[in-house]
Design a protein around this ligand. Structure first.
Ligand code: NAD
Length: 277
């Protein structure tokens, strides 16, 4: 098994490392340190966003790492207040990151009340066509949002980054993605560490495989075909979360994880989330 498996995007030749490092809620100064630890541990995919306020710290860690830019996969996201000024927002993110392109640019939320996400998507398509970004996608898009893009836009998003963990496995959206060549990327893949990682079923599976509950959950994501972007600011956990490429869950294990579904979200519902903060 590869140390770090990659998946093909529906964009010519672009591959995404299946496991990435998420930096939501890590302040800018700490982000530099956390990303440095992650790169040393073997992560090559970093997930940030304009609204996280840590693009600068992420950029400093990348610059200091000495890792060739083409060996890294960097994602950032367009914030809700920027749906009408995509090109400027993209350039601002690049300047803050200190990069001349990102690998993946996502619309962070559809924010349906302002009803500008189709317009925003057309601007992402333009940036992509101009060769200024390797791939474009969306985040928190519902089935309705995706179907509307399919009707009204030209390009299919390469990825939809959505809340997804064993408590909220998103079966319906995953099936739509698969049928339409869209990769599924899981945010809060560990259920934010709350409750989920204490599930007895995960302890049992952890004992069986000599792995931690977090590693079991991450392995489940990989075997479902998801991209997963766990977050931690703790060096030992950063390393633990990437050490998931040397074991396999069997069908029974996967079924035990599937049985944990509660169908409830931890985060906001994209259909009603219109925050402009
Ligand atoms: P997560 O599921 O990755 O959980 C992170 C928390 O789990 C940590 O803060 C820690 O408390 C705990 N944890 C991590 N590793 C552990 C381990 N090995 N053992 C025990 N506990 C552990 O949650 P998240 O940070 O919400 O999501 C991950 C990333 O997803 C974010 O950093 C961000 O990049 C992305 N995200 C995107 C959106 C979006 O709207 N697109 C929303 C939320 C998060």
């Amino acid at each position: 098994m590869d140390r770090m498996n990659s998946l093909m995007l529906n964009t010519d030749g672009v591959q995404i490392p299946q496991l990435g490092f998420g930096v939501w809620q890590i302040p800018d100064q700490e982000a530099e340190h956390a990303v440095t630890t992650a790169l040393e541990a073997g992560y090559r995919h970093i997930d940030t966003a304009r609204i996280y306020g840590n693009e600068a710290g992420v950029g400093r860690a990348i610059a200091a790492s000495g890792i060739p830019r083409k060996k890294l996969f960097v994602t950032t996201k367009l914030w809700n207040t920027d749906h009408g000024r995509v090109e400027q927002a993209y350039d601002e993110s690049l300047a803050t990151l200190g990069l001349d392109y990102v690998d993946l640019y996502l619309i962070h939320w559809p924010a349906p009340k302002q009803d500008r996400y189709v317009q925003a998507w057309r601007s992402l398509e333009k940036i992509y066509r101009e060769g200024r970004v390797k791939a474009i996608g969306v985040s928190n898009f519902t089935l309705d949002n995706l179907e509307r893009l399919d009707r009204e836009a030209e390009l299919t998003p390469s990825i939809n980054q959505i809340e997804l963990h064993p408590y909220f496995p998103q079966k319906q959206l995953r099936a739509y993605h698969t049928a339409n060549g869209i990769l599924t990327e899981a945010w809060s893949p560990l259920g934010q560490g709350r409750g989920l990682l204490e599930e007895p079923a995960l302890t049992v599976l952890g004992d069986k495989h000599g792995k931690s509950p977090a590693q079991i959950v991450l392995r489940w994501h990989l075997q479902l075909g998801n991209v997963a972007i766990p977050k931690s600011a703790t060096p030992s956990r950063i390393r633990e979360n990437v050490d998931v490429f040397d074991f396999l869950l069997d069908d029974e294990d996967m079924a035990a994880l599937g049985a944990l579904s509660k169908g409830t979200r931890l985060g906001p519902d994209p259909a009603t989330f219109n925050w402009m903060g």
